[in-house]
Design a protein around this ligand. Structure first.
Ligand SMILES: CC(C)(COP(=O)(O)OP(=O)(O)OC[C@H]1O[C@@H](n2cnc3c(N)ncnc32)[C@H](O)[C@@H]1OP(=O)(O)O)[C@@H](O)C(=O)NCCC(=O)NCCS
Length: 172
């Protein structure tokens, strides 16, 4: 994994025992920006989060990678492919990094790992949706070879205000 500026960070799939740590992470990133589909009021019970992680680990169409800084999750990427035959080569992902870790190439490293995984797991197209005003994320995706493929209106509705989205994709 090149370009990793912060070598304290360990990249690995989460285990069910990481559930408390991941819930803490999701609450933090949800409250730090309005760029995600959730805010800081994550109310998933601990047992449910354990089950979700277990489910991810048993689903060959899922790729999840967490950047750990000791006992703290610093960043996370979740890719979900389709089980339907004709679109089994396609999947979408979401990514986030705690604000205090922005700019340390964690986002880039997570995406590089996903692209590598995709190349070895029959995924030949990766899609994503991003807020049209999320310049930081769009810049990162563009650097990683994603291109703009379309626009979608009303991607988000926050405090009664609609925000449009951009569809980006990368062929593998
Ligand atoms: C988008 C996000 C995942 C990026 O993570 P990150 O770890 O900071 O990303 P990296 O450090 O790997 O790379 C950021 C790149 O964006 C560029 N960048 C930084 N600030 C920028 C800005 N204001 N505008 C444009 N580009 C910017 C940098 O040049 C950097 O590229 P470089 O490493 O080649 O210099 C992170 O900011 C985040 O979690 N944001 C909130 C949640 C979110 O928006 N998720 C995506 C939803 S679609």
């Amino acid at each position: 994994m090149k370009n990793m500026k912060n070598n304290r960070i360990e990249y690995r799939a989460p285990s069910p025992d990481d559930a408390p740590l991941l819930l803490d992470y999701l609450k933090a990133v949800g409250s730090e920006s309005d760029n995600l589909t959730f805010d800081g009021t994550v109310s998933v019970p601990l047992e449910k989060e354990r089950e979700i992680i277990e489910h991810w680990n048993n689903d060959p169409k899922v790729f999840v990678l967490v950047a750990f800084d000791g006992q703290k999750a610093a960043g996370m990427l979740h890719f979900q492919g389709s089980g339907k035959e004709r679109i089994s080569h396609v999947g979408e992902f979401g990514i986030s990094v705690r604000r205090e870790y922005w700019g340390q190439s964690i986002g880039r490293t997570l995406i590089e790992a996903m692209i590598h995984w995709a190349g070895h797991n029959g995924v030949t197209k990766i899609n994503l949706l991003v807020r049209e005003d999320n310049d930081r994320a769009i810049a990162l995706y563009s650097k990683m070879g994603f291109v703009m493929e379309g626009c979608t209106s009303r991607m988000f509705c926050i405090d009664g205000k609609y925000i449009d989205g951009i569809m980006m994709g990368r062929e593998i």
